[in-house]
Design a protein around this ligand. Structure first.
Ligand code: FAD
Ligand code: SF4
Length: 508
C-alpha cells in the first residue's frame, strides 16, 4: 500500500503520533495554496508566518527521514486548491490510501469530507492530538443546558488535567482571580522588550508580490518577528515565564501607547499552528510558578492558564456546537459599513488609531484592544458583523476562523444574542480612560458626551442601549442601565450627537 497524508498549514504538530515512526510507504503532503491566501484578505505577516512555519516544518520532517511533497505557491504543478491537487497527485503517484488530520475550520472540514466521498481510494481522518477536548466535548458536557458557562467548563478542565489543583479543590482555595487583574500600567520601567526571532522573509514576500496575492498591513522583510518553529516557540514560552509572567495578570487589561505587547505571551500563532500544545504551555507555566512562588502571585498564573484551558478550549467547543449557523448570526441586525480607517488607522480617536495602527504594523493587538477598543467601537456603531469578522479574520497573525469568529461575532459583537457572553462588552470612554493613557493624547475629550470635542464612545454608548432596548432590557445584568438612562435629563441631545457621528463615521 501507498499512503498519502495531508498536513494543513495549522497542523504543524511534530509531536503527533503520525511522526513517531518512519514508514517508507507513507508520504506527507503540504502545500501553499491560493485557496488559503485568498479566502479573506490576510495581513502580509500572517501569510508569511504560515508559509515560513510550513517550510520549516517540512524541512524538519525531511531531515528526520520522512518523505514529504511540498508545493510552494509558485510551483507550476500547484493546482492552488485541495480538491484538484489531491486528485492530480493521487493518480500521478498511485496512492492507495488517503489520510488527513481533522481540520479546525468548518470550511475545510466540509471540503475534505466532500473530496473523500468522491475519491476512488479509501480515506480516513484522525485527531490532531493538540486540544484538551475533542470537538464535541463542550456540547456533550452542557447537554440539556441553555447556557454554556465558561467558568463551569474551565473548572472541569482544571480538575480533569489537575492544573492548579490541591486534590479536588483549587489551589489557594479560589478558582478565579479576574478581579485582581484589571490594572492600568503606570510605570514604564516595568516593561520588558518582546523576545523577537528576526528572520529574512524577502523570498516569500517577493513570491507573494509576483503571484499577485492581495494582503494588508506592513512587513519589515528582513526582520519578520514571529516564531516559526517549535524551538522558537519554546524559547518564547521560556522568555514569557522569566520576564513577563510576574506581571501578566495584573496588567492583562491595561491599555498603553508605550508598547504593543505589554506582558502578553505572543504565543497565539505558535499555539494555533500547533507548533506547541496548550497542555505543555500551561504545565510549564504552572511548574515555573511553583518554583518561583515567592516572586509570582497565583493571580498572574491563574489569569494566564484560564485563557488557554478555559477560553481557548471553550471557544473551540462553541464553534463546533454552533457552526455553520453561527457565521450568519446578527442579533442586533447591524448593517453599517466598517469605517475606512479600520484599514489605515487614520482616525482622530487615539485609542482606535493606536490599536489599529499596531495591528497594521505588527499583525497583533492584545485581547483588551480587540475587545474594548476596536470591537467595542464596531458594536456601538452598529457595524455589520460580516464586515467585522472579515477584518479580524484578516488582520491578526493568529486569526483562524474557529477562534476568530467565536471571539468576534460571539464575545465581542454579541451577534449570537448571548451564547458566548452573558451581556455585550460595551463601554463609554470611562473604561478606556481608566485602563491607560490613550485618552491623554486624544483629539476628543473623554469626559464630554456633547459638543464638537465629545468622545464618540460616550454618546454612541447610550445610543446603543436606547436603540436595542427591546432586545436587552429583560437581561438581568443590563436592566439597571435602563433605569440610569431613564433618569438622564438630556437624552434627546445625546441621541442626536450619536446620530451625527453615525452619519459621518469615516471622518471621526
Ligand atoms: P496572551 O494574552 O498571552 O494569552 C495566552 C493565550 O491564551 C493566547 O495565546 C491564546 O491562545 C489564549 N487566549 C487568550 N484569550 C483568548 C480568547 N478570548 N479566546 C481564545 N484563546 C484565547 N485569538 C486567536 O488566537 N485568534 C483570533 O483570531 C482571535 N480573534 C479575536 C478577536 C476578538 C474580537 C477578540 C476580542 C479576541 C480574539 N482572540 C483571538 C483572543 C485573544 O485576543 C488572542 O488570543 C490574544 O490576544 C493573543 O495574544 P497572546 O498570545 O499574546 O495572548
Ligand atoms: Fe478613545 Fe474617546 Fe479616549 Fe479618545 S477620548 S482615546 S476616542 S476613549
Amino acid at each position: 500500500s501507498k499512503t498519502l497524508r495531508l498536513i494543513l498549514g495549522d497542523q504543524l504538530n511534530s509531536k503527533h503520533s503520525w511522526f513517531t515512526e518512519i514508514d517508507p510507504n507513507v508520504t506527507y503532503l503540504m502545500m501553499e495554496m491560493r485557496q488559503e491566501t485568498d479566502y479573506v484578505t490576510h495581513h502580509i505577516q500572517k501569510v508569511v508566518g504560515f508559509f515560513l512555519a510550513m517550510r520549516t516544518f517540512a524541512k524538519e520532517l525531511k531531515s528526520s527521514g520522512h518523505q514529504v511533497i511540498y508545493y510552494q505557491l509558485d510551483n507550476s504543478e500547484n493546482k492552488q486548491n485541495l480538491k484538484d491537487q489531491l486528485s492530480y497527485l493521487i493518480q500521478k503517484e498511485n496512492f492507495t490510501q488517503f489520510e488527513y488530520l481533522l481540520p479546525d475550520e468548518y470550511r475545510l472540514d466540509q471540503m475534505l469530507q466532500e473530496i473523500c466521498d468522491k475519491l476512488f481510494i479509501s480515506s480516513r481522518a484522525i485527531d490532531t492530538e493538540h486540544f484538551l477536548t475533542d470537538r464535541n466535548f463542550l456540547q456533550d458536557f452542557f447537554k440539556g443546558k441553555k447556557n454554556y458557562l465558561m467558568e463551569t467548563f474551565y473548572r472541569e478542565m482544571r480538575k480533569k488535567y489537575d492544573i492548579l489543583m490541591d486534590g479536588k479543590e483549587p489551589m489557594t482555595g479560589q478558582w478565579n482571580y479576574d478581579q485582581d487583574n484589571r490594572q492600568a500600567l503606570k510605570d514604564k520601567k516595568l516593561l520588558r522588550k518582546a523576545k523577537i526571532h528576526p528572520k529574512d522573509a524577502t523570498e516569500i514576500a517577493e513570491m507573494l508580490k509576483n503571484s499577485g496575492v492581495k494582503t494588508i498591513g506592513t512587513l519589515d522583510t528582513e526582520n519578520f518577528p514571529w516564531p516559526i518553529s517549535r524551538a522558537e516557540s519554546l524559547e518564547i514560552l521560556d522568555y514569557f515565564c522569566d520576564h513577563l509572567l510576574p506581571n501578566f495578570g495584573t496588567y492583562q487589561d491595561a491599555l498603553t501607547t508605550w508598547d504593543p505587547y505589554l506582558f502578553h505571551s505572543r504565543l497565539s500563532f505558535s499555539l494555533n499552528t500547533k507548533l506547541i500544545s496548550p497542555l505543555e504551555v500551561v504545565q510549564k507555566v504552572e511548574a515555573y510558578w511553583k518554583a518561583h512562588q515567592d516572586q509570582i502571585s497565583i493571580a498572574q498564573v491563574e489569569g494566564f492558564i484560564r485563557q488557554i484551558i478555559g477560553w481557548r478550549e471553550y471557544m473551540r467547543g462553541i464553534y463546533w456546537a454552533k457552526m455553520p449557523d453561527f457565521a450568519q448570526l446578527n442579533f442586533f441586525d447591524h448593517e453599517r459599513k466598517l469605517p475606512d480607517w479600520f484599514w489605515t488607522g487614520k482616525t482622530k480617536m487615539n485609542c482606535l488609531s493606536q490599536s489599529i495602527g499596531q495591528s497594521i504594523d505588527h499583525a497583533y493587538a492584545h485581547h483588551i484592544q480587540r475587545l474594548m477598543v476596536t470591537g467595542n467601537f464596531a458594536l456601538l456603531a452598529g457595524i455589520n458583523p460580516d464586515e467585522v469578522d472579515q477584518w479580524y479574520l484578516g488582520i491578526y497573525i493568529d486569526a483562524i476562523e474557529w477562534v476568530e469568529i467565536t471571539n468576534t461575532r460571539g464575545m465581542s459583537q454579541f451577534a449570537d444574542g448571548g451564547i458566548v457572553g452573558t451581556k455585550p462588552y460595551v463601554s463609554s470612554a470611562n473604561y478606556i480612560k481608566k485602563q491607560g493613557n490613550y485618552c491623554d493624547h486624544c483629539a476628543y475629550d473623554h469626559k464630554e458626551k456633547l459638543g464638537a470635542k465629545a468622545c464618540p464612545f460616550n454618546s454612541l454608548y447610550w445610543h446603543f442601549y436606547a436603540r436595542n432596548r427591546e432586545k436587552l432590557e429583560k437581561n438581568p445584568r443590563i436592566g439597571m442601565m435602563y433605569r440610569t438612562w431613564d433618569k438622564m435629563g438630556n437624552k434627546q441631545e445625546i441621541l442626536d450627537q450619536a446620530e451625527s457621528y453615525l452619519d459621518r463615521l469615516d471622518e471621526l
